[in-house]
Design a binder for this molecule. Structure first.
Ligand code: LAN
Length: 716
């Protein structure tokens, strides 16, 4: 297979069934004629849209209207918006390796575009791949993506492979890979299992009161640890093939036969070592690897642990109809089912189908998204943005917003997980997820943003159908009220269950702050603003609890403010993002520039970062290094919008800096109403960037709309 091939981009279609996104390549001309490519497909694929120029905007509201003219055309039939959700470079390998290991057919169009994508992402200087698309090359990214290309048939002597291999060898080869890479390579049989630090399923047999018991870990780590531990415990390895034998020669600096695998368990390249393993973890690992597993581990205990882990995996699959939490655990769960239930079992077939939902195609090729989409999140924000502009009752946008509301109506989770206590799941009745209902994981801020959108349309605006009856709104609020930590802050999927000392057991090496839930100013703010809005319409519902919750949340928010007046954002880039949420939160309870010291400091922080052209600019590196770092290409539309939203939500009195930012946003709008992609917008676990392409439409609209409401006579 040559890397120069390209599929015919006019044959790709994205199907959105009830918020489930899958990509289809139509080989057959008849099918092409029957299923025309939509504007949204073309936009995702980077094909020309041929949209007419709109009359240039002379006011912020006209700019909003131009944006909505563009963006409304991208709305998908169920009422949501779609978008790519790339950035991380370790997700595609999991999916492709799992396909290969489970004899899943890889359609040729997929293989071609995956190859194209990886080739396009190879670092132009050294030929490697990083942890994420913006990062420097790492052994993690390079060892796994090199493996993917080889598994998909790219010859080892292709220039792109020679270059990548050269870099991998300079970084010490795959022996220097982090844990997750060693795991996949061991499953493939490219490494020996001895090189993989222990992932003992016995951890799941610890009583709940033990401070390091896995139920206390952050849900992502816990759900990845489950299938990983089952496979590790079985030491399952794929049958040897020519390509595996070839990879054994290609990925290492030394001859494969000569490697003392156990001696390299802790090797890791400095490029990958974002969170070095602690002495505690190293001691536990050596006890488990050198003493417990070979000499002490009773077989009966191992099999009891495997059985329990296997049940928990089944519960995860059942609770999400095999969609699973994200694209890391889903391919691992597929592999567990393949090993345990056989290649033609229902569990394997259903996993294969659901894994399709992680794939995305853009102009560079096919890759794997961080989740099975951003459906509820983007839809909820878009509704809020249009409402903030005062346009919710405008007949022109009502049909679009009504469909958005219908989508949120469809996507609300109606029941808690079956046996939620047994599988350590949190309440989810009345919740919304980040993506779609099937995925099944409520998140504090996703529930809140969707709830706000519903209330804004059903209560604040006239003429919308009352799709969610009060009880469903109360269900959402009841669940939200379970989210507050003792600190007053809220975390993401669950309240925090374990102490920060658990970070000492962070085995992943490449991420920070991953072992437990933390308080996040942005999540706390979302919950508080949702509860404040809710209590405006239902002032008597659990009134005392709501008031106490809000008060504690405000106290937490103030405490979380940094000495320079900013707030650190953990999920978006970065201090501008965190400060926007925190100020919105304070603004929602009546604090403003005139009456609050905290607000004043927050505003001053933002103003100190405004650039000469009126914009704000922050790089994802701020998140990694925890200090404000400007984006190398100057002002960014998205951060400019964040800053403006923040200033407006606390009544910053001087319109001058704000209008300066507004002008910058408007000057970047294209003739068809869109904004072009700029720097990457999101982050997770401090080190991995992830894109939120719809932010350039949603947050600009919110900033422009809020501004237009406050200064209706402003003209450019
Ligand atoms: C997300 C995406 C959305 C995000 C917000 C809602 C924006 C945030 O406010 C709360 C946390 C949440 C839900 C979130 C958590 C971590 C995710 C799921 C991701 C950043 C998308 C991908 C990432 C996931 C952990 C990727 C897999 C990697 C592992 C380390 C397991």
């Amino acid at each position: 297979m040559s890397q120069a091939q390209k599929t015919d981009y006019t044959r790709w279609r994205m199907l959105d069934e009830d918020g489930k996104h899958t990509w289809h390549y139509l080989n057959d001309d008849e099918a092409v004629a029957k299923w025309p490519q939509t504007l949204a497909d073309k936009y995702y694929l980077g094909l020309p849209l041929d949209l007419p120029d709109l009359p240039p905007a002379t006011s912020p509201l006209e700019s909003v209207s131009n944006c909505l003219t563009f963006f409304s055309k991208q709305q998908l039939p169920p009422g949501n918006w779609g978008c790519e959700y790339g950035g991380p470079m370790f997700l595609l390998p999991g999916v492709v390796i799992a396909w290969v290991l489970t004899d899943t057919q890889i359609p040729p169009a997929y293989a071609t575009e995956i190859i194209n994508y990886l080739v396009s992402q190879a670092n132009p200087v050294d030929g490697g791949w990083g942890l994420h698309t913006e990062g420097d090359s790492t052994v993690f990214g390079t060892s796994l993506n090199y493996t993917v290309l080889r598994l998909l048939g790219v010859e080892a002597e292709q220039p792109v492979m020679i270059k990548a291999r050269g870099l991998l060898h300079r970084l010490g080869g795959a022996l220097n890979a982090p844990h997750w890479s060693k795991f996949w390579l061991a499953v493939l049989g490219v490494c020996d299992w001895e090189i993989v630090n222990p992932v003992p399923p016995e951890a799941w047999l610890l009583p709940d009161w033990v401070p390091l018991a896995p139920w206390r870990w952050w849900v992502h780590i816990r759900q990845v640890f489950l299938p990983m531990s089952w496979i590790w415990s079985k030491r399952w390895t794929a049958p040897e093939t020519d390509i595996i034998r070839a990879l054994r020669r290609e990925l290492f600096v030394q001859s494969w036969e000569s490697i003392d695998w156990a001696a390299h368990r802790n090797d890791i390249a400095s490029s990958d070592n974002y969170h070095p393993k602690t002495w505690l973890l190293n001691s536990i690992n050596s006890f488990l690897a050198d003493i417990w597993t070979p000499y002490l581990r009773p077989k009966s205990l191992a099999s009891r642990a495997e059985d329990w882990v296997s049940k928990l995996i089944d519960m995860e699959d059942a609770n999400s109809d095999y969609a699973d939490l994200a694209s890391v655990n889903a391919p691992m769960n597929l592999l567990v089912c393949y090993i345990r239930d056989g290649p033609d079992s229902y569990s394997v077939r259903r996993h294969r189908e659901r894994m399709e939902e992680f794939l995305w195609v853009n102009k560079e090729g096919m890759f794997v998204n961080g989740t099975n989409g951003v459906q509820c999140w983007d839809t909820a924000f878009l509704i809020q943005a249009v409402s903030a502009a005062g346009l919710a009752e405008d007949a022109k946008w009502k049909p679009m917003l009504t469909r958005g509301l219908e989508f949120l109506d469809q996507q609300q989770i109606r029941e808690n997980c079956k046996d939620q206590g047994v599988c350590y799941r949190h309440f989810r009745k009345g919740a919304w997820t980040f993506s779609n209902r099937d995925q099944g994981y409520g998140v504090s801020d996703c529930i809140s943003e969707a709830l706000k959108a519903v209330i804004l349309l059903q209560k604040e605006a006239d003429g919308y159908p009352q799709l969610l009856e009060d009880q469903r709104i109360f269900d959402a609020v009841d669940t939200l009220l379970t989210y507050q930590n003792r600190s007053g802050g809220c975390a993401s999927y669950e309240p925090t269950r374990g102490g920060e000392y658990l970070e000492m057991l962070n085995t992943a090496e490449v991420f920070g702050r991953i072992m437990i839930e933390y308080d996040y100013p942005e999540c706390t703010s979302a919950v508080l603003t949702a509860l404040t809005l809710f209590s405006k319409y239902w002032p008597d519902y659990r009134r005392t609890e709501l008031q106490a919750f809000i008060q504690r949340g405000v106290n937490y928010t103030k405490k979380a403010q940094l000495p320079d007046g900013s707030w650190y954002g953990s999920w978006g880039v970065c201090f501008t993002y965190g400060t926007m949420f925190a100020l919105e939160c304070l603004g929602s309870v009546g604090e403003n520039y005139a009456n609050s010291m905290s607000v004043r400091k927050g505003c001053e922080f933002l103003l100190s970062k405004q650039r000469e052209d009126g914009g704000w600019s922050e790089s994802f590196q701020s998140c990694e290094q925890m200090k404000y770092i400007e984006h190398p290409s100057g002002s960014q539309v998205v951060q400019t919008a964040f800053a403006i939203i923040a200033l407006l939500s606390v009544d910053y009195p001087n319109s001058e800096p704000i209008s300066h930012g507004i002008r910058l946003i408007m000057s970047r709008q294209q003739a068809n109403g869109e904004w072009l992609q700029e720097g990457i917008e999101g982050i997770f676990n401090k080190s991995c960037a992830i894109s939120y392409p719809n932010y350039k439409f949603i947050f600009t609209t919110l900033a422009l709309g809020k501004f237009a409401k406050k200064y209706p006579n402003f003209k450019c």
